[in-house]
Design a protein around this ligand. Structure first.
Ligand code: CMC
Length: 435
């Protein structure tokens, strides 16, 4: 692929203390143009300052595009709404990894390859047993996924494209097994081995909810709804956990270590941990009549309370994933015959009030993907502690696609941000008796 990052004719001029610095303007396929500041320090002896990366593109990518103002999410150019309706998770995995929709034979081969990697090394079962039973499944996942590098030595060489591909298959295939085992371990039930005759989502449901003592039939409609949840979480361009994976990988770290770093980052309540926090918040509110008090608390900045499942760094419009998720919540509760679900009632009313309230309107705060996902997962029987592990297993393909893209990039250099140092200027050491 030609390097379009340098094929530019337009420039911007920066004037610093009378000195002109010319900055190339890079043109994207979609979205804002980027000022190329790579030579700024060498030419003008200044850094740029952008904590939180609100205006900084940390990489070039061809995988996912978000238009936050319009509420658009595209994977390899395809809108998420179309993918959620017509595709399925493993096909989306193929699309993210390889850049095109697979032909039937390509998809079949891919599904077979991924399915053949669902079991984990038997010795890893003992590794699980070292954790406390009451450990959060995300804590277990960070540890176990990091430990994969101690078990799969033949897919650690990041300079070998074949080993990278095998690492990708292993991670996508084993993550549901690891997440389900973390859950089973936390509730004291025996691990359930993967079943390769089941599709990706059905296999996960089976590993979570089957017990050896009796048969467990997976409901295909629930499996389809879970598959859609996986799709809605599959990738989201340069979010915090993906950027963590990229930064970790820029040093040449192995894929399992990098994905473990991504899982650790995802756990935070401002990111993937928001789905658990959102459902706990809805439960805490409890009834519709308590919403005004809660909203008042959110508006009082000193309370530290945020409306979880609302707001997004990029979306300044309704998160397109939340629209699909809301529709799925209705369908799943309907299917399960759950009527007048109090949590859903609180969620709907909270959303209605927030979308009319000037505090949220003026800040462009809309429901995000995490606002309704917990309601569906809870209805399926998952405890809140499993919400973020499910996000992690679904996001693994995004992390691994972005990791592959970065390693294949000839311009890859170690990620090494600069800083605005505001500490003490140089000073001399003071002997202890003189302090
Ligand atoms: N509730 C109340 N106020 C909020 C919220 C919220 N959820 N989100 C942002 N604000 C306010 C914030 O107080 C600030 O107000 P002001 O301008 O008066 O200081 C303004 O909106 C801008 O907020 P910010 O913190 O500068 O925005 P950010 O882009 O740094 O943060 C966010 C984005 C997602 C971390 C934030 O909106 C948030 O904490 N939301 C709740 C947690 C959540 O749902 N996270 C999941 C995000 S989607 C899935 C994922 O990425 O994992």
């Amino acid at each position: 692929m030609a390097d379009t990052r340098t094929a530019t004719t337009r420039t911007a001029t920066l004037l610093i203390d009378g000195k002109e610095v010319s900055l190339p303007i890079l043109t994207p396929t979609e979205g804002p143009e980027c000022l190329d500041i790579r030579r700024l320090y060498a030419e003008a002896d200044v850094f740029t300052y952008d904590p939180g990366f609100t205006s900084t593109a940390a990489c070039a990518s061809t995988i996912t595009f978000i238009d936050g103002d319009k509420g658009i999410l595209l994977h390899r150019g395809y809108p998420i709404e179309q993918l959620a309706e017509k595709s399925h998770y493993l096909e989306l995995c193929y699309l993210l990894l390889y850049g095109h929709l697979p032909k039937a034979a390509e998809l079949e081969k891919f599904e077979t390859l991924v399915t053949r990697h669902t079991m984990i090394h038997e010795q890893m079962h003992y590794f699980f047993r070292g954790f406390r039973r009451d450990a959060h499944p995300m804590a277990t996942m960070v540890g176990v996924v990091g430990a994969m590098s101690a078990f799969y030595h033949d897919s650690l060489d990041i300079n070998d494209p074949r080993q990278r591909e095998i690492a990708a298959f292993r991670l996508i295939a084993k993550m549901p097994t690891i997440a389900a085992m973390a859950y089973k371990y936390s509730i004291g039930q025996p691990f359930v081995y993967p079943r390769n005759d089941l599709d990706y989502a059905s296999n996960f449901l089976h590993m979570c909810f089957a017990v050896p003592a009796e048969p467990y039939d997976v409901d295909p409609t629930l499996a389809r709804a879970l598959d859609r949840i996986f799709m809605l979480h599959a990738d989201h361009e340069q979010n915090a956990s993906t950027s963590t994976v990229r930064l970790a990988s820029s040093s040449g770290a192995n894929p399992f270590a990098c994905i473990a770093a991504g899982i650790a980052c995802l756990w935070g309540p401002a990111h993937g941990g928001a789905n658990q926090a959102a459902l706990e918040m809805l439960r805490e509110i409890g009834t519709v009549d308590r919403i005004p008090d809660f909203i008042a608390r959110v508006k009082d900045k000193s309370s530290g309370q945020r409306l979880m499942g609302f707001g997004h760094r990029v979306y300044k419009n309704y998160d397109p994933r939340a629209k699909v998720m809301k529709q799925s919540a209705d369908e799943v509760l309907d299917l399960l015959g759950i009527k007048n679900n109090p949590t859903l009632q609180v969620a709907r009313e909270l959303e209605r009030i927030a979308l009319e309230d000037d505090y949220f309107v003026s800040r462009k705060l809309y429901p995000n993907v995490d606002f309704y996902s917990g309601i569906i997962l809870e209805a399926m029987g998952f405890p809140t502690s499993m919400f973020t592990p499910i996000f992690a297993l679904a996001r693994t393909v995004g992390w691994i696609s972005q990791w592959q893209e970065q390693i294949a990039d000839p311009q890859l250099r170690i990620g090494r941000p600069r800083q605005l140092y505001q500490g003490e200027a140089q000073r001399d050491y003071v002997e202890v008796e003189d302090r």
